[in-house]
Write a protein that binds this ligand. Structure first.
Ligand SMILES: Nc1ncnc2c1ncn2[C@@H]1O[C@H](COP(=O)(O)OP(=O)(O)O)[C@@H](O)[C@H]1O
Ligand SMILES: [Mg+2]
Length: 484
């Protein structure tokens, strides 16, 4: 399966990735072709004179290939983790202003307030935070303030201990020193102390960016989720001078309700200013893409490419990451086909691919039970005209599935809760409905992506795949017929 968009699409039970996280290092393959091309072209010309036959050097061939295929001029502009320059940021003026205003205090060597940035994925939360911190850092440098941005993405961090080590690691990186405790086999307290030491010795002020913080759930046996304990410790350390540097904590989450799960203990010390990021509409997405169209060589993009990519991305949930992904994948497809232009058809092909990858990304991390809930619900949606599924019908299909593979069967309420939890990933949405006064209330689930894509992806799980799609589909049809 072609997945150039992210690694490890398949099973992911033992997910522990030590490498750079999503927001870590930018990709290395950004091409600076035009410059290197011209300098080596002249060398190549000399070569061919001396050899005087038409066999090409490897370099020559590579360059020629490059020239034929190259539609993308600057790949970094299409890399979702690259921090673009300020003038390419569109439509987030108020958020930019607010975050800047809050964190500006760091410049005066004072303690900036804590922030909570929330909104759906791809709405610019990470970008805005990084852009502001980068600016602060540059100004601080000129003023001899030792400022550090200590940023972790919590998506791949399993436990609190791992998260603290990761913070220490980032702080050390930023300060260009070494972490002096081992990653494993030491008490969490020692990791905290090491983090404090690194920050206190190297920074006057620091911003902790805890990106996708809601993903840091930690061990189930703890009462309080790990992100809550992290917030508590960090903000308390700031208040009681374990951290002598002025620190501020920026918590970022796709889950608007995250703060509701933050314990009262943490809430008393972590009192953030909220900054909301809402969905982009198709016009905003178009502007975002237009500011990056120089990622391609001139006159390479057909006129309808940007509007179509923006429309597709707006349809699902106004996700700028998706819009940019669509442009990149469309460009890559056109290159691969040796086309001179990126055309509408490439965007349509890209839509299929990007959608599938997005589903893969979400699905790789969820439990078998959640997969079963999702599968049952998507199977229902796939058979209805409006691609929506009633919770009552979905639950019956879920019961059929769990029976068929002999898995534990949850009550309907738990099934509904599992489905509701999945709204966090913007994969599914729900509405409360009733069909007339005689029928009861139910939830109706709608999918952001095509239900078939979800089914296909989930079938890659061998447990789910033992039930034949045909069988599921006939059960679903029977259940839909029985709906009142
Ligand atoms: N307002 C914007 N202007 C330009 N690019 C944007 C904007 N918002 C998001 N992007 C781009 O969209 C992608 C996703 O944004 P990101 O900040 O990672 O979203 P989030 O953190 O909210 O999920 C990134 O490539 C980012 O550069
Ligand atoms: Mg982000």
């Amino acid at each position: 399966m072609g997945t150039d968009d992210f690694e490890n699409p398949r099973e992911n039970t033992g997910k522990s990735k030590d490498g750079p996280t999503e927001d870590g290092t930018p990709s290395s393959d950004s091409s600076e072709r035009p410059e290197s091309l011209s300098s080596s072209e002249s060398e190549a010309a000399d070569d061919s004179q001396s050899i005087e036959d038409d066999s090409q050097s490897i370099e020559d061939m590579l360059l020629e290939f490059d020239q034929q295929e190259g539609l993308i001029r600057d790949r970094s502009l299409l890399d979702p983790n690259h921090i673009v320059e300020e003038d390419r940021i569109v439509g987030r003026d108020s958020q930019l202003q607010e975050v800047t205003k809050m964190l500006r205090v760091a410049l005066g060597d004072n303690r900036p307030p804590n922030l909570f940035l929330y909104g759906p994925s791809g709405t610019g939360k990470s970008l805005i935070t990084k852009a502001v911190c980068k600016n602060i850092s540059e100004i601080c440098e000129t003023r001899d303030i030792r400022f550090g941005t200590i940023e972790v993405n919590c998506q791949d961090l399993d436990t609190l201990g791992v998260a603290i080590y990761e913070l220490a690691n980032c702080a050390a990186d930023e300060a260009q020193v070494e972490v002096e405790v081992p990653k494993h086999g030491v008490a969490t307290k020692e990791k905290w102390d090491e983090l404090y030491r690194i920050v206190n010795e190297n920074f006057d002020s620091a911003v902790f960016v805890l990106d996708e913080l809601d993903m840091l759930v930690g061990r189930r046996d703890k009462q309080e989720p790990a992100f809550s304990r992290l917030l508590y410790q960090l903000s308390r350390a700031g208040a009681n001078n374990e951290l002598t540097a002025h620190i501020s904590v920026v918590a970022i989450s796709n889950d608007t309700k995250m703060m509701e799960s933050v314990g009262s203990r943490a809430l008393s010390s972590f009192t953030p200013e909220d900054v909301h990021f809402d969905d982009y509409d198709a016009n905003q997405l178009q502007s975002i893409l237009r500011r990056r169209q120089d990622a391609f060589f001139e006159n390479v993009l057909d006129e309808d490419v940007i509007p179509l990519a923006a429309a597709f991305a707006a349809q699902t949930h106004g996700d700028a990451r998706k819009a940019i992904d669509l442009m990149r994948v469309a460009g890559e497809l056109a290159e691969r086909e040796g086309d001179d232009n990126v055309r509408e058809v490439h965007v349509r092909q890209a839509q299929d691919k990007v959608e599938k990858n997005r589903v893969l990304e979400v699905v790789r991390g969820i439990s078998t039970q959640k997969k079963l809930c999702l599968y049952a619900t998507a199977a229902v949606a796939a058979e209805t005209a409006n691609e929506a599924a009633r919770s009552t019908t979905g639950y019956r299909v879920y019961q059929f599935l769990t029976d068929a593979i002999d898995a534990e069967q949850y009550h309907q309420e738990t099934y509904v809760n599992k489905m509701k939890e999945m709204t966090t990933y913007s994969l599914v949405d729900f509405e409360r409905r009733s069909h007339g006064p005689s029928s009861g209330m139910f939830l109706e689930f709608q999918f952001g992506e095509r239900p078939e894509t979800i089914l296909e992806t989930l079938r890659e799980d061998s447990r789910i795949n033992v039930v034949s799609p045909g069988e599921v589909s006939s059960v679903v049809k029977a259940q839909i017929r029985d709906e009142t």
